[in-house]
Design a protein around this ligand. Structure first.
Ligand SMILES: NC(=O)c1ccc[n+]([C@@H]2O[C@H](COP(=O)([O-])OP(=O)(O)OC[C@H]3O[C@@H](n4cnc5c(N)ncnc54)[C@H](OP(=O)(O)O)[C@@H]3O)[C@@H](O)[C@H]2O)c1
Length: 231
């Protein structure tokens, strides 16, 4: 009788599984993030307002290889993998997202506030008080660990700016802010894998400098530029 292979043999010969990241929003930003993640060997689940079947054609053009899912299932695979969900829907739509969908994940807040948006009341209150919007998001999505990142680079620059083959000095620097140190570290690891030089600016409150009226917004940055403005 032939011996069946041991479990350890199977695991040592198996290729390591690709990590999975979820992205809420399949527009300009969401698909740019997806393309770069896929190029870096990270699998992507992505959702919009449309059912998965209706997203297929759009993704074939803008993020080939990304897996369309229902928004409520965005964390189904990622939760047991990278643990990371990227939020790339307009802020005026945030009340449409059930916080339970992203519970127990690291939620990357890539969103920005634009003056003409009709914001949910909880977010408008934070804007009126001049608080960083990701602090309000952290309250709203209370069962997720919120990290601010990816909001201060334009989608049109994203593909070219990601340079996974370059050493740190040849990469564009991106800022990361978050109150939870391990969540911040996970996101920094992901940005590094995508081809950027991630720089921690500290807490969510410190992430104010990443917002549209702040000094880091939409500028090609090196590590020292970010450190100059970080607290
Ligand atoms: N554009 C950039 O360069 C850039 C860069 C960094 C950060 N951001 C920020 O990212 C956010 C999105 O910007 P964008 O330019 O990507 O906007 P966009 O092109 O208009 O795309 C928005 C996406 O969000 C989806 N969406 C809206 N409501 C949703 C809901 N309830 N559930 C699931 N998905 C929903 C839309 O779905 P449908 O496709 O079904 O309509 C669409 O796929 C903004 O806060 C923006 O400031 C943008």
């Amino acid at each position: 009788m032939s011996e069946s292979p041991k479990a350890s043999d199977a695991s040592s010969s198996a290729a390591p599984e690709e990590p999975v990241v979820g992205i809420l929003g399949a527009g300009r930003a969401g698909t740019a993030f997806a393309r770069t993640l896929l190029r870096a060997g990270v699998a992507v689940d992505i959702a919009s307002t449309r059912p998965p079947r209706a997203l297929q054609h759009h993704l074939k053009i803008y993020a080939p290889g990304a897996q369309p899912v229902h928004a409520e299932d965005i964390a189904a695979r990622a939760r047991n993998s990278s643990g990371i969900i990227i939020l790339a829907v307009p802020q005026e739509e945030l009340d449409e997202l059930d916080p339970d969908w992203v519970a127990n994940t690291v939620l990357v807040d890539a969103t920005n506030t634009w003056q003409d948006e009709l914001l949910p009341g909880w977010l408008q209150a934070a804007v009126d008080e001049q608080l960083p919007t990701s602090m309000a998001l952290a309250g709203r999505f209370g069962a997720a660990r919120v990290v601010k990142a990816l909001n201060h680079i334009a989608h049109a620059d994203f593909d070219d700016a990601a340079r996974p083959g370059a050493d740190l000095s040849g990469r564009r620097a991106l800022a990361v802010a978050g109150d939870d140190e391990s969540a911040r570290g996970l996101v920094m690891g992901l940005l590094f894998r995508m081809g950027f030089d991630p720089v921690s600016v500290g807490s969510l409150a410190a992430g104010r400098i990443m917002e549209p009226d702040g000094p880091l917004f939409n500028r090609p940055l090196r590590r020292e530029d970010i450190l100059h403005y970080a607290r």
